[in-house]
Design a protein around this ligand. Structure first.
Ligand code: ADP
Ligand code: MG
Length: 703
């Protein structure tokens, strides 16, 4: 072996068996540039090569089978594209076919009638007969079958181009094998020994060996556990260290007192009693804001749990202490609605509050900037428009961000810079996310949960109807409208098929207009293609009760609040994701009346679609729904995950590895309690981790 000068970062072409051409392919096709990249190209599954099937035992559900059999016949069939070689394989229980569409000449030479082969591949069924296309073949030689051989063989992802250059699973196995021969010299342990012992983890070298070529299922499991732990551990280490740095580095504004604004609002203006959960969260916020450390708190609360009033009271707290506050919402409709409802709750002459959106006229905007800078404006509600540089506060003390998953990290960072001492940040989300995901996504935020709905809310009744039951749906609408209620009908409008969706929407509007004609019924229509002013006009008509039916696309999804609307009908419900369905349903059930959600779908449903609709019918609990969503789709598709590290997880699965995540996070918390700057000798490796990965921290600290 001449490879003693190599290390993990060595270019892949230095590896035995990888020439220039293969190196280029590995880089291009799999992103493998270094030894380390190859070691991290884990198998995506394993096949058990100790198990042999009899032909009679085969069924098409098996992912792959291994059979020993004799070739009894072969023939060339078809012309041109249809040309194929078909061979008959027989064992003592039956006969099956092996088929080649490519590499026919090679297979033809290989398959001498009468010879016995070990055949491996995925069986398929056609007309009651089984066949395998392009099986792996090995001439059977009883004498040379090694005993005690590896039981589980790794299967690697590869590509057509790689396969042509002999870098199929077998080829990649060979490369891994030769790399693992020197792994003991180059793989560096990155977890301190005391952690390995405490958490019963394999050493890194061994884990890498075993994940590629496991001795048995047990050692594979141990290897996976070690590598998953490592993944989760370092994410938590990074998140919690950022939090530590942030709280150490930035002084926080101190909201010393609860003053007149807060107290007057609470005792004279608040139209209802706060729920216990709202009170608890306010208490947590109160504690955060008097510590002298910048608050970064996420308030998670299901739709309708009353987050807005919590935000409002926090803003009053800021004003009581001589600071300004702002609240940013993701859409114009929502910003306007927050503005209106806050204004009506506060009443005239109490506090100065203004709205700033993209459609605020220039003149008004200039005036607004002035009042912001001289401090006479207390609260600013708005959209993204309020983060631009021209918007300067006299002394911003609190920034509230509603529906935070709609905003990018960068936009939030801009809010930080609106004051020399960064303002306290309160982030609100109605997309409940499972705890595991929260720990990873918002690991450096403090999390409050409003886990209680205001008293007297009747749970929304949810119903799933098929297209054939549409008349029943219309009948139900009529009945509710007669009682004075209002109805939403929502259509999907999804980018890729926008044209078709618009057609559906138009057809839907026509059908509704036919069923519910003037003058008895009036309809509002809102969709994303309309001008903001028109949208607003239509929305307002519905809010004021001038129209009874609102036909809309998902633009109304977030935050819209019309308590008299008690029926939500979702068309093509099978096309929506779970969290979106839940958000939409949350638009009703906001008043005292019994509310309903009707999910309309076609007759043909995918399995996943069925589970989604069943879940919606079964439960109103946003956390349960998000848990199911995570199981169905994986974390990558959950809203808000796109910018986080969770997508980079190679092995760990936030849906199934909750225990391990918890274990890792607890460990990190304990480490930082004992040794906040990681200066203990026993934590040397952890300190080095930060030295090696110190680049690119700047954005991470703002989550
Ligand atoms: P979300 O958490 O979805 O943002 P909102 O803040 O919009 O919910 O509140 C939903 C509705 O519930 C609003 O009409 C609000 O005035 C009302 N509400 C909030 N808190 C309470 C409470 N403690 N008791 C009764 N109604 C409440
Ligand atoms: Mg809200």
């Amino acid at each position: 072996m001449t490879q003693f000068n190599v290390n993990l970062q060595s270019p892949i072409e230095y590896l035995k068996g990888v020439g220039q051409q293969k190196a280029e392919l590995l880089k291009k096709e799999l992103g493998i540039f270094t030894f380390n990249d190859l070691l991290n190209h884990y198998p995506f599954r394993y096949v058990d090569r100790t198990k042999f099937y009899k032909i009679r035992e085969i069924n098409a559900d098996l992912p792959s089978v291994q059979i020993i059999g004799r070739i009894i016949a072969k023939e060339l069939l078809g012309e041109k594209q249809g040309r194929r070689l078909v061979a008959q394989l027989r064992d003592e229980t039956g006969t099956m076919e092996l088929v080649w569409f490519q590499g026919i000449r090679w297979a033809d030479k290989m398959l001498q009638p009468g010879s016995v082969f070990i055949v491996f591949g995925k069986p398929t069924e056609f007309n009651g007969r089984y066949s395998i296309s392009h099986p792996e073949l090995e001439l059977y030689n009883p004498a040379s079958r090694k005993q005690g051989n590896l039981t589980l063989q790794p299967v690697y992802s590869s590509t057509e181009k790689l396969k042509q250059s002999f870098l199929d699973t077998k080829g990649l196995q060979r490369l891994q094998y030769s790399l693992l021969e020197i792994a003991a010299n180059i793989v560096v342990e990155n977890l301190p020994g005391y952690l390995l012992e405490k958490h019963k983890l394999l050493r890194k070298t061994e884990a890498i060996q075993q994940i590629h070529f496991p001795l048995n299922p047990e050692s594979l499991e141990r290897a996976r556990r070690r590598l998953k732990f490592e993944e989760l551990f370092f994410i938590q280490l990074k998140l919690l260290r950022n939090k530590l740095l942030r709280t150490g580095k930035y002084k926080g504004l101190v909201f010393q007192q609860v003053g007149d604004y807060f107290n007057t609002f609470y005792s004279e203006k608040l139209p209802f009693d706060l729920t216990d959960a709202q009170k608890r969260v306010l208490k947590e916020i109160r504690q955060d804001t008097q510590k002298g450390v910048q608050m970064n708190r996420l308030v998670q609360g299901d739709v309708g749990s009353g987050k807005t009033v919590v935000a409002l009271m926090t803003m009053l707290l800021a004003v009581d202490n001589g600071y300004q506050a702002c609240m940013m919402a993701p859409t114009e409709i929502l910003a306007r609605q927050h503005y209106e409802s806050i204004k009506s709750m506060l009443g005239e002459g109490f506090i100065t509050i203004a709205l700033l959106t993209g459609s605020t006229p220039k003149k008004e905007r200039r005036k607004l900037h002035e009042t912001l800078q001289d401090g006479s404006l207390h609260i600013l509600v708005g959209t993204h428009a309020l983060i631009v540089d021209e918007v300067q506060f006299k002394n911003l003390g609190l920034a509230v961000i509603d529906e935070q998953h709609r905003f990018g990290v960068e936009q939030r960072a801009k809010l930080w810079r609106k004051n020399t001492v960064p303002p306290h940040v309160l982030v609100m989300t109605a997309t409940p996310i499972p705890r595991t995901l929260a720990m990873t996504l918002y690991g450096d935020l403090d999390v409050s949960v409003i886990d209680e709905l205001p008293k007297g809310r009747k749970p929304i009744k949810t119903l799933h109807l098929f297209e054939s039951q549409r008349l029943r749906m219309f009948g139900f609408m009529r009945q509710e409208i007669a009682k004075g209620r209002q109805v939403y009908i929502v259509y999907p409008l999804i980018q890729e098929s926008e044209k078709l969706d618009l057609l559906y929407l138009e057809a839907g509007i026509e059908a509704v207009a036919r069923e519910f004609p003037l003058p008895d019924y009036r309809i509002s229509i809102v969709h994303g293609k309309m001008k903001a002013a028109d949208k607003d006009f239509e929305m307002q008509r519905f809010v004021k009760g001038e129209t009874q039916i609102m036909v809309a696309t998902t633009v109304i999804e977030v935050g819209v609040n019309v308590p008299n609307a008690s029926v939500m009908i979702i068309e093509n419900a099978e096309r929506f994701g779970l969290s979106q369905l839940h958000q939409l349903r949350g638009r009703v059930g906001r008043g005292a009346e019994q509310s309903y959600c009707i999910l309309m779908s076609g007759n043909k449903l995918s399995r996943e679609g069925k589970v989604r609709l069943q879940t919606m019918v079964r439960t109103n609990d946003g956390f349960e729904i998000s848990e199911t969503d995570l199981q169905l789709r994986g974390p990558g598709n959950i809203e808000g995950t796109q910018q986080s590290g969770v997508l980079d997880l190679k092995l760990a699965d936030l849906a199934t590895d909750q225990h391990l995540l918890h274990e890792a996070r607890q460990e990190v918390i304990q480490i930082f309690e004992e040794d906040p700057d990681l200066s203990n000798e026993k934590n040397r490796l952890l300190r080095e981790y930060f030295i090696q990965t110190s680049a690119g921290i700047s954005w991470n600290k703002i989550s």
